[in-house]
Design a protein around this ligand. Structure first.
Ligand code: AMP
Length: 505
Protein backbone atom coordinates (compact mmCIF):
# COMPACT_ATOMS: atom_id res chain seq x y z
CA UNK A 1 0.00 0.00 0.00
CA UNK A 2 1.00 3.60 -0.23
CA UNK A 3 -0.69 6.94 0.33
CA UNK A 4 -1.75 7.72 -3.24
CA UNK A 5 -3.62 10.91 -2.39
CA UNK A 6 -0.66 12.34 -0.51
CA UNK A 7 1.79 11.27 -3.21
CA UNK A 8 -0.32 12.68 -6.06
CA UNK A 9 -1.07 16.03 -4.43
CA UNK A 10 2.02 16.72 -2.36
CA UNK A 11 4.62 13.94 -2.35
CA UNK A 12 5.50 14.34 -5.99
CA UNK A 13 6.30 18.04 -5.49
CA UNK A 14 8.51 17.45 -2.42
CA UNK A 15 11.79 19.32 -2.82
CA UNK A 16 10.54 21.25 -5.86
CA UNK A 17 11.54 24.93 -5.84
CA UNK A 18 8.49 25.79 -8.01
CA UNK A 19 5.87 28.15 -6.55
CA UNK A 20 2.79 26.64 -4.99
CA UNK A 21 1.24 29.75 -3.41
CA UNK A 22 1.58 33.38 -4.44
CA UNK A 23 0.30 35.66 -1.69
CA UNK A 24 -1.35 39.04 -2.32
CA UNK A 25 1.78 40.93 -1.22
CA UNK A 26 3.84 38.97 -3.75
CA UNK A 27 5.43 36.61 -1.19
CA UNK A 28 5.75 33.06 -2.45
CA UNK A 29 5.56 29.63 -0.86
CA UNK A 30 7.42 26.99 -2.84
CA UNK A 31 6.35 23.36 -2.97
CA UNK A 32 9.48 22.39 -1.08
CA UNK A 33 8.73 24.84 1.78
CA UNK A 34 5.12 23.78 1.82
CA UNK A 35 5.79 20.05 1.99
CA UNK A 36 8.42 20.55 4.70
CA UNK A 37 5.76 22.42 6.73
CA UNK A 38 3.20 19.70 6.01
CA UNK A 39 5.62 17.02 7.25
CA UNK A 40 6.23 18.97 10.46
CA UNK A 41 2.48 19.43 11.02
CA UNK A 42 2.12 15.68 10.47
CA UNK A 43 4.77 15.22 13.17
CA UNK A 44 2.87 17.57 15.50
CA UNK A 45 -0.35 15.58 14.97
CA UNK A 46 1.52 12.41 15.93
CA UNK A 47 3.01 14.13 18.97
CA UNK A 48 -0.44 15.21 20.17
CA UNK A 49 -1.36 11.52 20.05
CA UNK A 50 -3.44 11.35 16.87
CA UNK A 51 -3.33 8.05 15.04
CA UNK A 52 -4.46 7.17 11.52
CA UNK A 53 -8.26 7.38 11.39
CA UNK A 54 -8.49 9.86 14.30
CA UNK A 55 -10.16 13.21 13.61
CA UNK A 56 -8.81 16.75 13.79
CA UNK A 57 -11.27 19.68 13.59
CA UNK A 58 -10.00 22.91 12.03
CA UNK A 59 -11.72 26.22 12.57
CA UNK A 60 -9.02 28.31 10.97
CA UNK A 61 -8.73 31.38 8.82
CA UNK A 62 -7.72 30.71 5.25
CA UNK A 63 -3.91 30.65 5.21
CA UNK A 64 -0.98 28.66 3.78
CA UNK A 65 -0.59 26.97 7.16
CA UNK A 66 -4.19 25.82 7.20
CA UNK A 67 -3.52 24.04 3.89
CA UNK A 68 -0.27 22.64 5.27
CA UNK A 69 -2.13 21.16 8.28
CA UNK A 70 -4.54 19.52 5.85
CA UNK A 71 -1.61 18.14 3.86
CA UNK A 72 -0.05 16.94 7.12
CA UNK A 73 -3.30 15.22 8.11
CA UNK A 74 -3.52 13.45 4.74
CA UNK A 75 0.13 12.42 5.12
CA UNK A 76 -0.45 10.92 8.55
CA UNK A 77 -3.83 9.35 7.77
CA UNK A 78 -5.65 11.68 10.18
CA UNK A 79 -9.18 12.61 9.06
CA UNK A 80 -9.72 16.38 8.95
CA UNK A 81 -12.91 18.42 9.31
CA UNK A 82 -12.59 21.97 7.95
CA UNK A 83 -15.12 24.24 9.67
CA UNK A 84 -16.44 27.64 8.67
CA UNK A 85 -14.81 30.38 10.80
CA UNK A 86 -18.29 31.90 11.12
CA UNK A 87 -19.61 28.94 13.16
CA UNK A 88 -20.55 29.73 16.74
CA UNK A 89 -19.08 27.85 19.74
CA UNK A 90 -22.40 25.92 20.03
CA UNK A 91 -22.06 24.75 16.43
CA UNK A 92 -18.39 23.84 16.94
CA UNK A 93 -19.39 21.86 20.01
CA UNK A 94 -21.77 19.81 17.84
CA UNK A 95 -19.14 19.11 15.18
CA UNK A 96 -16.36 18.19 17.63
CA UNK A 97 -18.72 15.87 19.48
CA UNK A 98 -20.28 14.32 16.37
CA UNK A 99 -16.90 13.65 14.76
CA UNK A 100 -15.28 12.56 18.04
CA UNK A 101 -12.40 14.92 17.20
CA UNK A 102 -9.37 14.49 19.47
CA UNK A 103 -7.90 17.84 18.53
CA UNK A 104 -9.50 21.19 17.71
CA UNK A 105 -7.31 23.82 16.07
CA UNK A 106 -8.53 27.40 16.23
CA UNK A 107 -7.47 30.98 15.69
CA UNK A 108 -5.96 32.64 18.79
CA UNK A 109 -8.89 35.07 19.01
CA UNK A 110 -11.33 32.17 19.51
CA UNK A 111 -9.23 30.30 22.08
CA UNK A 112 -10.94 31.62 25.21
CA UNK A 113 -14.47 30.93 23.95
CA UNK A 114 -13.63 27.51 22.55
CA UNK A 115 -11.68 26.28 25.61
CA UNK A 116 -14.84 25.19 27.54
CA UNK A 117 -16.26 23.58 24.37
CA UNK A 118 -13.11 21.53 23.81
CA UNK A 119 -12.80 20.45 27.42
CA UNK A 120 -16.48 19.47 27.61
CA UNK A 121 -16.08 17.37 24.47
CA UNK A 122 -12.79 15.82 25.61
CA UNK A 123 -10.78 17.35 22.76
CA UNK A 124 -7.44 19.10 23.03
CA UNK A 125 -7.50 22.73 21.88
CA UNK A 126 -4.49 24.29 20.18
CA UNK A 127 -3.92 27.54 18.28
CA UNK A 128 -2.79 28.11 14.74
CA UNK A 129 -3.02 31.69 13.54
CA UNK A 130 -3.14 32.78 9.91
CA UNK A 131 0.31 34.41 10.36
CA UNK A 132 1.81 31.03 11.28
CA UNK A 133 2.04 31.62 15.04
CA UNK A 134 0.33 29.74 17.89
CA UNK A 135 0.84 26.73 20.13
CA UNK A 136 0.33 24.19 17.33
CA UNK A 137 2.83 26.04 15.12
CA UNK A 138 5.32 26.04 18.00
CA UNK A 139 4.90 22.31 18.45
CA UNK A 140 5.35 21.73 14.70
CA UNK A 141 8.51 23.86 14.64
CA UNK A 142 10.30 21.37 16.90
CA UNK A 143 8.50 18.19 15.81
CA UNK A 144 10.19 15.44 13.82
CA UNK A 145 8.59 15.17 10.35
CA UNK A 146 5.72 12.67 10.54
CA UNK A 147 6.18 9.70 8.21
CA UNK A 148 3.71 9.22 5.32
CA UNK A 149 1.20 6.57 6.39
CA UNK A 150 -0.19 3.93 4.02
CA UNK A 151 -3.83 4.53 3.11
CA UNK A 152 -6.18 2.53 0.92
CA UNK A 153 -8.70 3.86 -1.58
CA UNK A 154 -11.68 3.72 0.79
CA UNK A 155 -9.87 5.10 3.84
CA UNK A 156 -11.32 8.43 4.91
CA UNK A 157 -9.47 11.63 4.16
CA UNK A 158 -12.04 14.18 5.35
CA UNK A 159 -15.39 14.71 6.98
CA UNK A 160 -17.09 17.58 5.24
CA UNK A 161 -20.16 18.78 7.08
CA UNK A 162 -23.06 19.77 4.83
CA UNK A 163 -24.32 23.30 5.21
CA UNK A 164 -27.44 21.88 6.90
CA UNK A 165 -30.16 24.37 6.01
CA UNK A 166 -32.67 21.73 7.14
CA UNK A 167 -31.93 19.79 10.30
CA UNK A 168 -28.51 19.03 11.69
CA UNK A 169 -25.48 19.15 9.43
CA UNK A 170 -24.25 15.74 8.40
CA UNK A 171 -20.61 14.70 8.11
CA UNK A 172 -20.00 13.51 4.55
CA UNK A 173 -17.25 10.87 4.60
CA UNK A 174 -14.83 11.55 1.75
CA UNK A 175 -12.35 8.80 0.96
CA UNK A 176 -8.88 9.16 -0.51
CA UNK A 177 -10.16 7.74 -3.81
CA UNK A 178 -13.21 10.08 -3.87
CA UNK A 179 -10.94 13.11 -3.78
CA UNK A 180 -8.20 11.85 -6.05
CA UNK A 181 -10.48 10.48 -8.79
CA UNK A 182 -12.46 13.71 -9.04
CA UNK A 183 -9.38 15.95 -9.14
CA UNK A 184 -7.87 13.77 -11.89
CA UNK A 185 -10.98 14.05 -14.03
CA UNK A 186 -11.22 17.82 -13.55
CA UNK A 187 -7.58 18.52 -14.42
CA UNK A 188 -8.11 16.68 -17.66
CA UNK A 189 -11.58 18.05 -18.47
CA UNK A 190 -10.61 21.65 -17.83
CA UNK A 191 -7.10 21.23 -19.33
CA UNK A 192 -5.11 22.41 -16.32
CA UNK A 193 -1.31 22.23 -16.70
CA UNK A 194 1.71 23.54 -14.81
CA UNK A 195 1.59 26.61 -17.05
CA UNK A 196 -1.64 27.78 -15.39
CA UNK A 197 -1.92 30.25 -12.54
CA UNK A 198 -5.16 29.77 -10.61
CA UNK A 199 -6.66 32.80 -8.88
CA UNK A 200 -8.00 31.42 -5.59
CA UNK A 201 -10.43 33.67 -3.71
CA UNK A 202 -12.80 30.97 -2.39
CA UNK A 203 -13.03 29.79 1.22
CA UNK A 204 -11.15 26.57 1.97
CA UNK A 205 -13.61 25.00 4.42
CA UNK A 206 -15.92 24.10 1.52
CA UNK A 207 -15.56 21.54 -1.26
CA UNK A 208 -15.29 24.22 -3.97
CA UNK A 209 -12.21 26.05 -2.69
CA UNK A 210 -10.65 23.04 -1.00
CA UNK A 211 -11.12 20.05 -3.24
CA UNK A 212 -12.05 21.51 -6.61
CA UNK A 213 -9.67 24.45 -6.72
CA UNK A 214 -6.76 23.41 -4.51
CA UNK A 215 -6.61 19.75 -5.53
CA UNK A 216 -6.81 20.63 -9.22
CA UNK A 217 -3.93 23.11 -8.86
CA UNK A 218 -1.84 20.61 -6.89
CA UNK A 219 -2.44 17.79 -9.31
CA UNK A 220 -1.73 19.99 -12.33
CA UNK A 221 1.33 21.40 -10.56
CA UNK A 222 0.29 25.02 -11.16
CA UNK A 223 0.63 27.84 -8.62
CA UNK A 224 -2.33 29.55 -6.97
CA UNK A 225 -2.66 33.25 -6.24
CA UNK A 226 -4.03 32.74 -2.76
CA UNK A 227 -6.31 35.53 -1.50
CA UNK A 228 -7.60 35.42 2.09
CA UNK A 229 -11.10 36.14 0.78
CA UNK A 230 -12.94 37.49 -2.24
CA UNK A 231 -12.43 41.20 -2.72
CA UNK A 232 -13.37 42.60 -6.13
CA UNK A 233 -10.59 45.21 -6.04
CA UNK A 234 -7.94 42.59 -5.22
CA UNK A 235 -9.23 40.25 -7.89
CA UNK A 236 -9.13 43.07 -10.46
CA UNK A 237 -5.55 43.86 -9.41
CA UNK A 238 -4.39 40.24 -9.67
CA UNK A 239 -6.37 38.96 -12.67
CA UNK A 240 -3.68 40.01 -15.17
CA UNK A 241 -1.29 37.55 -13.49
CA UNK A 242 -3.71 34.61 -13.61
CA UNK A 243 -4.85 32.20 -16.32
CA UNK A 244 -7.87 30.68 -14.57
CA UNK A 245 -10.35 31.48 -11.83
CA UNK A 246 -12.98 29.41 -10.06
CA UNK A 247 -15.78 31.35 -8.42
CA UNK A 248 -19.31 31.35 -7.12
CA UNK A 249 -21.82 33.39 -9.15
CA UNK A 250 -21.52 36.34 -6.76
CA UNK A 251 -17.85 36.77 -7.79
CA UNK A 252 -18.97 37.33 -11.34
CA UNK A 253 -21.82 39.73 -10.54
CA UNK A 254 -19.56 41.77 -8.25
CA UNK A 255 -16.82 41.94 -10.86
CA UNK A 256 -19.33 43.04 -13.48
CA UNK A 257 -20.14 45.99 -11.21
CA UNK A 258 -16.51 47.09 -11.47
CA UNK A 259 -15.79 49.32 -14.48
CA UNK A 260 -12.17 48.10 -14.51
CA UNK A 261 -13.34 44.69 -15.77
CA UNK A 262 -12.43 44.84 -19.45
CA UNK A 263 -11.17 42.56 -22.15
CA UNK A 264 -7.62 43.80 -21.72
CA UNK A 265 -7.70 43.11 -17.96
CA UNK A 266 -8.34 39.41 -18.63
CA UNK A 267 -6.12 39.02 -21.67
CA UNK A 268 -4.00 36.33 -19.98
CA UNK A 269 -6.99 34.35 -18.76
CA UNK A 270 -8.01 31.13 -20.46
CA UNK A 271 -10.82 29.93 -18.20
CA UNK A 272 -13.50 31.23 -15.84
CA UNK A 273 -15.42 28.53 -13.96
CA UNK A 274 -18.57 28.99 -11.88
CA UNK A 275 -20.41 26.72 -9.48
CA UNK A 276 -21.93 26.11 -6.02
CA UNK A 277 -25.05 28.07 -6.92
CA UNK A 278 -26.92 28.80 -10.18
CA UNK A 279 -25.31 31.34 -12.48
CA UNK A 280 -27.92 33.56 -14.08
CA UNK A 281 -27.99 33.23 -17.86
CA UNK A 282 -27.92 37.03 -17.89
CA UNK A 283 -24.63 37.08 -15.95
CA UNK A 284 -23.21 34.59 -18.46
CA UNK A 285 -24.18 36.88 -21.35
CA UNK A 286 -22.95 40.06 -19.67
CA UNK A 287 -19.63 38.40 -18.84
CA UNK A 288 -19.15 37.37 -22.44
CA UNK A 289 -20.05 40.84 -23.69
CA UNK A 290 -17.56 42.50 -21.31
CA UNK A 291 -14.66 40.06 -21.38
CA UNK A 292 -15.09 37.90 -24.46
CA UNK A 293 -15.09 34.79 -22.22
CA UNK A 294 -17.89 32.29 -21.85
CA UNK A 295 -18.05 31.22 -18.21
CA UNK A 296 -17.87 27.43 -17.81
CA UNK A 297 -20.54 26.36 -15.33
CA UNK A 298 -20.32 23.08 -13.45
CA UNK A 299 -22.41 21.31 -10.81
CA UNK A 300 -21.38 19.44 -7.71
CA UNK A 301 -22.05 19.09 -4.04
CA UNK A 302 -20.32 18.27 -0.76
CA UNK A 303 -21.31 14.58 -0.90
CA UNK A 304 -20.33 13.96 -4.50
CA UNK A 305 -17.53 16.35 -5.45
CA UNK A 306 -18.17 17.46 -9.05
CA UNK A 307 -20.81 15.71 -11.15
CA UNK A 308 -21.26 17.65 -14.37
CA UNK A 309 -19.51 20.35 -16.36
CA UNK A 310 -20.04 22.35 -19.47
CA UNK A 311 -17.52 21.36 -22.12
CA UNK A 312 -14.12 22.98 -22.49
CA UNK A 313 -14.23 23.06 -26.28
CA UNK A 314 -17.90 22.69 -27.14
CA UNK A 315 -20.82 25.01 -26.48
CA UNK A 316 -20.93 26.31 -22.88
CA UNK A 317 -24.68 26.77 -22.56
CA UNK A 318 -25.88 29.48 -20.21
CA UNK A 319 -28.35 28.22 -17.62
CA UNK A 320 -27.15 24.60 -17.92
CA UNK A 321 -24.52 22.70 -15.97
CA UNK A 322 -23.32 20.68 -18.96
CA UNK A 323 -22.72 16.95 -19.16
CA UNK A 324 -21.92 14.25 -16.60
CA UNK A 325 -18.14 14.14 -16.10
CA UNK A 326 -16.23 11.08 -17.32
CA UNK A 327 -16.86 8.21 -14.90
CA UNK A 328 -20.02 9.83 -13.47
CA UNK A 329 -23.38 8.22 -14.25
CA UNK A 330 -26.35 10.58 -13.93
CA UNK A 331 -30.04 9.87 -14.26
CA UNK A 332 -33.22 11.84 -13.66
CA UNK A 333 -35.62 9.77 -11.58
CA UNK A 334 -39.05 9.57 -10.04
CA UNK A 335 -39.12 9.46 -6.23
CA UNK A 336 -39.01 5.64 -6.37
CA UNK A 337 -35.78 5.75 -8.35
CA UNK A 338 -37.24 4.79 -11.75
CA UNK A 339 -35.38 6.57 -14.54
CA UNK A 340 -37.58 9.11 -16.35
CA UNK A 341 -37.54 9.71 -20.11
CA UNK A 342 -35.34 12.54 -21.38
CA UNK A 343 -36.98 15.93 -21.16
CA UNK A 344 -38.88 15.18 -17.94
CA UNK A 345 -38.14 16.85 -14.63
CA UNK A 346 -37.16 14.61 -11.73
CA UNK A 347 -34.60 14.07 -8.99
CA UNK A 348 -31.00 13.82 -10.10
CA UNK A 349 -29.20 10.68 -8.96
CA UNK A 350 -25.48 10.15 -9.50
CA UNK A 351 -23.04 7.27 -9.20
CA UNK A 352 -19.29 7.14 -9.63
CA UNK A 353 -15.93 7.11 -7.87
CA UNK A 354 -16.64 10.71 -6.80
CA UNK A 355 -19.61 9.75 -4.60
CA UNK A 356 -18.93 9.79 -0.85
CA UNK A 357 -18.91 6.86 1.56
CA UNK A 358 -21.99 7.87 3.54
CA UNK A 359 -22.76 10.13 6.49
CA UNK A 360 -20.61 9.76 9.59
CA UNK A 361 -22.50 7.98 12.38
CA UNK A 362 -25.81 8.26 10.51
CA UNK A 363 -26.54 4.88 8.90
CA UNK A 364 -30.27 5.65 8.52
CA UNK A 365 -29.62 8.97 6.76
CA UNK A 366 -27.07 7.24 4.57
CA UNK A 367 -29.56 4.52 3.65
CA UNK A 368 -32.19 7.15 2.79
CA UNK A 369 -29.94 8.94 0.32
CA UNK A 370 -27.46 6.37 -0.96
CA UNK A 371 -29.08 3.46 -2.79
CA UNK A 372 -27.66 -0.09 -2.48
CA UNK A 373 -26.60 0.06 -6.16
CA UNK A 374 -24.41 3.09 -5.40
CA UNK A 375 -26.65 5.88 -6.74
CA UNK A 376 -26.81 8.96 -4.52
CA UNK A 377 -30.12 10.83 -4.43
CA UNK A 378 -28.91 14.40 -4.74
CA UNK A 379 -32.17 16.11 -3.84
CA UNK A 380 -31.69 18.42 -6.81
CA UNK A 381 -34.40 18.53 -9.44
CA UNK A 382 -33.13 18.48 -12.98
CA UNK A 383 -33.82 17.83 -16.60
CA UNK A 384 -31.62 16.51 -19.41
CA UNK A 385 -32.30 17.94 -22.89
CA UNK A 386 -31.99 16.11 -26.19
CA UNK A 387 -28.35 17.11 -26.53
CA UNK A 388 -27.54 15.70 -23.10
CA UNK A 389 -27.11 19.04 -21.27
CA UNK A 390 -28.26 18.93 -17.66
CA UNK A 391 -30.22 21.83 -16.17
CA UNK A 392 -30.90 22.17 -12.45
CA UNK A 393 -34.41 23.43 -11.78
CA UNK A 394 -34.07 23.67 -8.02
CA UNK A 395 -33.82 21.63 -4.85
CA UNK A 396 -36.53 18.99 -4.31
CA UNK A 397 -37.47 20.59 -1.05
CA UNK A 398 -37.92 23.92 -2.83
CA UNK A 399 -40.64 22.51 -5.09
CA UNK A 400 -43.91 24.36 -4.48
CA UNK A 401 -47.21 22.51 -4.67
CA UNK A 402 -49.96 25.07 -5.08
CA UNK A 403 -53.56 23.91 -5.51
CA UNK A 404 -52.23 20.46 -6.38
CA UNK A 405 -50.00 21.78 -9.18
CA UNK A 406 -46.22 21.56 -9.16
CA UNK A 407 -44.52 24.92 -9.44
CA UNK A 408 -40.76 24.85 -10.08
CA UNK A 409 -39.37 28.02 -8.50
CA UNK A 410 -36.64 28.24 -11.14
CA UNK A 411 -39.21 28.60 -13.94
CA UNK A 412 -40.90 31.51 -12.17
CA UNK A 413 -37.51 33.05 -11.30
CA UNK A 414 -36.41 32.88 -14.94
CA UNK A 415 -39.63 34.62 -16.03
CA UNK A 416 -39.12 37.33 -13.42
CA UNK A 417 -35.41 37.79 -14.20
CA UNK A 418 -36.35 38.32 -17.83
CA UNK A 419 -38.46 41.40 -17.04
CA UNK A 420 -36.97 44.81 -17.70
CA UNK A 421 -35.59 46.33 -14.54
CA UNK A 422 -35.31 43.02 -12.64
CA UNK A 423 -31.84 42.03 -11.50
CA UNK A 424 -32.70 38.76 -9.78
CA UNK A 425 -35.39 37.00 -7.84
CA UNK A 426 -36.12 34.16 -5.45
CA UNK A 427 -39.37 32.23 -5.43
CA UNK A 428 -40.61 30.21 -2.46
CA UNK A 429 -43.81 28.60 -1.25
CA UNK A 430 -45.61 29.78 1.87
CA UNK A 431 -48.43 27.92 3.64
CA UNK A 432 -51.77 28.95 2.12
CA UNK A 433 -55.20 28.12 3.57
CA UNK A 434 -56.80 27.36 0.16
CA UNK A 435 -53.94 26.20 -2.01
CA UNK A 436 -51.73 24.36 0.46
CA UNK A 437 -48.87 26.58 -0.63
CA UNK A 438 -48.92 29.98 -2.31
CA UNK A 439 -46.15 31.25 -4.56
CA UNK A 440 -44.13 34.15 -3.10
CA UNK A 441 -41.62 36.08 -5.20
CA UNK A 442 -38.88 38.30 -3.79
CA UNK A 443 -37.61 40.56 -6.55
CA UNK A 444 -34.44 42.67 -6.64
CA UNK A 445 -34.52 45.62 -9.08
CA UNK A 446 -31.53 46.55 -11.22
CA UNK A 447 -29.58 49.55 -9.95
CA UNK A 448 -31.56 52.70 -10.68
CA UNK A 449 -34.60 50.84 -12.04
CA UNK A 450 -38.08 51.80 -10.88
CA UNK A 451 -40.03 48.63 -10.32
CA UNK A 452 -43.59 48.38 -9.11
CA UNK A 453 -45.33 45.27 -7.86
CA UNK A 454 -48.26 45.96 -10.17
CA UNK A 455 -46.05 46.10 -13.29
CA UNK A 456 -44.25 42.91 -12.34
CA UNK A 457 -47.58 41.18 -11.75
CA UNK A 458 -49.02 42.44 -15.03
CA UNK A 459 -45.94 41.44 -17.06
CA UNK A 460 -46.11 37.87 -15.80
CA UNK A 461 -49.75 37.57 -16.88
CA UNK A 462 -48.98 36.28 -20.37
CA UNK A 463 -45.76 34.45 -19.50
CA UNK A 464 -46.82 32.02 -16.82
CA UNK A 465 -49.89 29.89 -16.21
CA UNK A 466 -52.06 31.39 -13.54
CA UNK A 467 -51.19 28.80 -10.88
CA UNK A 468 -47.48 29.65 -11.27
CA UNK A 469 -47.96 33.38 -10.85
CA UNK A 470 -46.84 34.72 -7.48
CA UNK A 471 -49.69 35.48 -5.10
CA UNK A 472 -47.34 37.80 -3.27
CA UNK A 473 -44.47 39.87 -4.62
CA UNK A 474 -41.99 41.69 -2.39
CA UNK A 475 -39.34 44.07 -3.73
CA UNK A 476 -36.01 44.01 -1.91
CA UNK A 477 -32.58 45.58 -2.33
CA UNK A 478 -30.82 42.17 -2.08
CA UNK A 479 -31.44 38.47 -1.48
CA UNK A 480 -30.09 36.77 1.65
CA UNK A 481 -27.04 34.69 0.65
CA UNK A 482 -24.52 32.46 2.43
CA UNK A 483 -20.74 32.57 1.91
CA UNK A 484 -20.95 30.27 -1.11
CA UNK A 485 -23.37 32.66 -2.81
CA UNK A 486 -26.39 30.40 -2.31
CA UNK A 487 -29.68 32.18 -1.80
CA UNK A 488 -30.92 31.24 1.68
CA UNK A 489 -34.46 30.26 0.85
CA UNK A 490 -34.95 28.98 4.39
CA UNK A 491 -34.50 32.58 5.61
CA UNK A 492 -37.14 33.78 3.14
CA UNK A 493 -39.48 30.88 3.97
CA UNK A 494 -39.26 31.83 7.58
CA UNK A 495 -39.91 35.48 6.85
CA UNK A 496 -43.00 34.76 4.74
CA UNK A 497 -44.36 31.79 6.67
CA UNK A 498 -47.45 33.68 7.86
CA UNK A 499 -47.92 35.70 4.70
CA UNK A 500 -51.16 33.97 3.68
CA UNK A 501 -52.35 32.72 7.02
CA UNK A 502 -52.57 35.89 9.07
CA UNK A 503 -49.94 38.02 10.73
CA UNK A 504 -48.55 38.28 7.16
CA UNK A 505 -46.35 40.77 5.42
P1 AMP B 1 -22.79 22.23 -1.35
O1 AMP B 1 -22.91 20.86 -0.80
O2 AMP B 1 -22.72 23.30 -0.32
O3 AMP B 1 -21.68 22.34 -2.35
O4 AMP B 1 -24.15 22.52 -2.14
C1 AMP B 1 -24.49 21.71 -3.21
C2 AMP B 1 -25.74 22.22 -3.86
O5 AMP B 1 -25.48 23.47 -4.52
C3 AMP B 1 -26.20 21.30 -4.97
O6 AMP B 1 -26.93 20.20 -4.47
C4 AMP B 1 -27.04 22.24 -5.80
O7 AMP B 1 -28.32 22.42 -5.24
C5 AMP B 1 -26.27 23.57 -5.69
N1 AMP B 1 -25.40 23.80 -6.84
C6 AMP B 1 -24.09 23.56 -6.97
N2 AMP B 1 -23.64 23.95 -8.18
C7 AMP B 1 -24.71 24.43 -8.85
C8 AMP B 1 -24.93 24.99 -10.14
N3 AMP B 1 -23.94 25.15 -11.01
N4 AMP B 1 -26.19 25.36 -10.47
C9 AMP B 1 -27.21 25.21 -9.60
N5 AMP B 1 -27.08 24.71 -8.36
C10 AMP B 1 -25.84 24.33 -7.99
Amino acid sequence: MANHLYDALFGRHEGSPADFLILPDGARVSHSDFSARAARFAGALVQVGLEPGDRVALQLEKSPDMLAVIAGAIRSGVVFLPLNPAYTPAEISYFVNDAGAKLLLCDGRAEATLAPVASQRGARLMVLNADGSGSFADLAATAEPGPPVDRGATDLAALLYTSGTTGRSKGAMMSHANLLSNAEVLVDYWRFTERDVLLHALPVFHTHGLFVATNVALLAGCPMIFLPKFDAGEVVRLLPRATAMMGVPTFYTRLLDDPRLTQSLVKNMRLFISGSAPLLAETHRQWQARTGHRILERYGMTETNMNTSNPYDGDRRAGTVGFPLPGVELKVCSPSGAELPRGEIGTIEVRGPNVFQGYWNMPEKTAEELRPDGYFITGDLGIVDEDGYVTIVGRGKDLIISGGFNVYPKEVELALDDLTGVLESAVIGAPHPDFGEGVVAVVVPEAGAELSIATVQASLGDRLARFKQPKLIAIRAALPRNTMGKVQKNVLRDEFKDAFTGGGK
